[in-house]
Design a protein around this ligand. Structure first.
Ligand SMILES: Nc1ncnc2c1ncn2[C@@H]1O[C@H](COP(=O)(O)OP(=O)(O)O)[C@@H](O)[C@H]1O
Ligand SMILES: CCCC(=O)OP(=O)(O)O
Length: 367
């Protein structure tokens, strides 16, 4: 049995082919901002991402018809509980239409897996999409009635590395308190309390640190003033695709920016240092969510390969809890292994509910 793993990110498309537990190949294709921003919307990127996948399959000597199961990273539909989910037509439609109220390239994983499965008469799954919602009420409410913070993060890798850390330290995820900072094209920091992500930065919502592709948290008034001379659409795009390094330097390529840092470019040095500072600040915030009872801080994601990011965070956060580093991500492995559990009958897959995990509070009915 062959499983194709489709993982579209804000700066890359990661593809893996597995035969059971055996990895046949994994590749990550980088797409820089000028290419991705040439598409009007994330949905418009679908044919380009599809082309990348089909070309890779061809290079490795496979066809779509050789695949038995399509597994895509997901997000953007109504929020759901953690776990494996069958990709059906309703999930495809709600993902395409951004029913969850946000736009992020991970959605293309669900969409492509569904399209491929439909074309070949096979089955498609997703696991822990970006909008798994385990937030506590205080993490959700804002100072505007009816406006809420959303659960939106690298859930797949956040939970994947947290579970890996627990396994390596003979702990149970369901009995541990962990802060995970996932640092790559997007950056999310979340507090995991006894196996639930009770608070976290809204990864493509203009929240948390700025990133290679995102503007991060900025005072609302500044954003509103900016939109007066630009446009609301421009600010929205900066929440997921065109903020951060892309806005400052026109590229999301962290290697390019880091080279400028090594050459002591003043602008790049300050942007790089500020991103590290903002990540540390959010880790501090999540430590208060966990009331200081933190078993581990985990740093993970594509940018953790830069030692100065790790050192900068350690300098500010080592007093909170021991810091562990897992460069890259475990998304491909987790997508495959969790679906294998379903296929082997060890676990049940969820069906998409078509409604959000969060039900508005009674006072919202008066809105
Ligand atoms: N092939 C590559 N060449 C240069 N830079 C890369 C490449 N792949 C990834 N990167 C860099 O690593 C960072 C994170 O990449 P990745 O983990 O693929 O993130 P995402 O999943 O958000 O797309 C990006 O900022 C990008 O600059
Ligand atoms: C919205 C959280 C997921 C995310 O930011 O993913 P990328 O880092 O792949 O853009």
């Amino acid at each position: 049995m062959k499983q194709l793993i489709i993982n579209p990110g804000s700066t890359s498309t990661k593809i893996s082919l597995y035969e059971g537990e055996r990895e046949l190949f994994t590749r990550s294709i980088f797409h820089d901002a000028p290419l991705l921003l040439s598409f009007k919307s994330t949905n418009d990127q679908l044919p380009m991402r599809r082309g990348v996948i089909e070309e890779l399959l061809r290079v490795y000597g496979y066809k779509l018809s050789d695949i038995d199961v399509f597994i895509g990273r997901g997000g953007c539909a109504y929020s759901q509980p953690s776990g494996v989910m069958v990709i059906d037509e309703k999930l495809y439609n709600d993902t395409r239409d951004d029913r969850g109220g946000s736009d992020h390239s991970a959605k293309l994983g669900v969409m492509l897996a569904y399209i491929f499965a439909k074309e070949t008469g096979k089955i498609a799954y997703t696991v822990d999409p970006t909008n798994v919602d385990e937030l506590i009420d205080e993490a959700r409410l804002t100072g505007i009635k009816g406006v809420y913070r959303r659960a939106q993060s690298h859930v797949l890798n956040q939970k994947g590395v947290a579970r890996l850390w627990c396994k390596e330290h003979e702990k149970e995820y369901e009995k541990s308190n962990i802060i995970v900072a996932h640092i790559d094209g997007g950056i999310t920091i979340a507090a995991h309390e006894n196996g639930r992500m009770i608070d976290g930065t809204e990864g493509a919502g203009g929240d948390g640190p700025f990133t290679p592709t995102r503007l991060g948290s900025i005072p609302v008034l500044e954003a509103v003033r900016y939109a007066k001379t630009h446009s609301v659409e421009e600010v929205e795009a900066m929440c997921s695709r065109s903020g951060g390094f892309v806005n400052h330097f026109g590229t999301s390529n962290s290697d390019t920016i880091h080279k400028l840092v090594e050459e002591k470019d003043e602008h790049a040095c300050l942007v790089w240092k500020t991103m590290i500072y903002q990540i540390a600040k959010e880790i501090g915030a999540m430590s208060t969510v966990l009331k200081g009872q933190v078993d581990a801080i985990i740093l993970t994601g594509g940018l953790v390969r830069f030692n100065d990011i790790v050192d900068g965070i350690k300098e500010r956060c080592a007093f909170i809890a021991p810091i562990y580093v897992y460069p890259g991500e475990v998304e491909q492995e987790v997508l495959n292994s969790e679906v294998l559990k379903v296929l082997n009958g060890e676990k049940k897959a969820n069906t998409y509910s078509g409604k959000s995990v969060f039900t508005p509070y009674f006072w919202d009915k008066t809105l």
